[in-house]
Design a protein around this ligand. Structure first.
Ligand code: S3P
Length: 187
């Protein structure tokens, strides 16, 4: 951790679906003049298929293989802001790889907020269930140990992406040996 430098360390956002990883990552990237990588988007572009189609045609294990390979590729790069897919934490090797070259921060939200944010978005195959609320609660329960294993967490409830990004940046700077008294500008 200590050898991470603020100029080169990646900022890696993990967290359950609809915790704002993409929105927050985009804000951070603009703010820090960094390249933003949305892992799901890269996978979709390379496969020429969207995530629901990949799950439907090739299955979740295939998607996880693509995800794992992309983690290894991105962890070998620097100065990125990375928004991961919600399941990236399920393979501990993913988090180990990201930690070697970056600061991993988990965004959180309670189940009712996630339900409200996801609405009827058909883009998340794991949430296609008759009772979405129950599905979200079950998945969150099953994954809780994985998200809680990430020591840096930011609660996104009642906060704008800008506010969350500010908090993520504060954590990132403290983890890379810098503290910031006054924000050099607002989001
Ligand atoms: C998944 C989350 C999705 C996407 C895929 C699997 C998960 O990403 O990677 O549908 O296992 O939680 P978002 O977290 O961006 O929705």
């Amino acid at each position: 951790m200590n050898q991470l430098r603020p100029s080169s360390a990646n900022i890696v956002l993990v967290g359950f679906m609809c915790t704002g990883k993409t929105a927050v990552g985009q804000k951070l990237a603009v703010r820090l003049h960094r390249e933003f990588v949305d892992m799901d988007q890269v996978i979709e572009e390379r496969e020429g298929r969207d995530i629901p189609t990949i799950f439907r045609e090739s299955g979740e294990p295939y998607f996880r293989t693509l995800e794992r390979a992309l983690v290894q590729e991105l962890a070998a790069r620097e100065s990125l802001v990375i928004a991961t897919g919600g399941g990236v934490v399920l393979n501990p090797a993913n988090i180990e790889d990201f930690r070697r070259t970056g600061v991993v921060i988990c965004l959180t939200a309670p189940p009712d907020v996630i339900l409200q944010r996801v609405g009827h978005d058909p883009h998340r195959p794991l949430l296609q269930a008759e009772d979405r609320a129950a599905r979200i609660r079950a998945l969150l329960d099953a994954r809780r140990p994985f998200y809680e294993a990430i020591e840096d967490r930011v609660d996104t409830r009642d906060r704008t992406p800008e506010q969350v990004a500010e908090e993520v940046l504060r954590i990132f700077l403290s983890r890379t040996g810098h503290s910031r008294e006054t924000p050099p500008g607002s989001f």
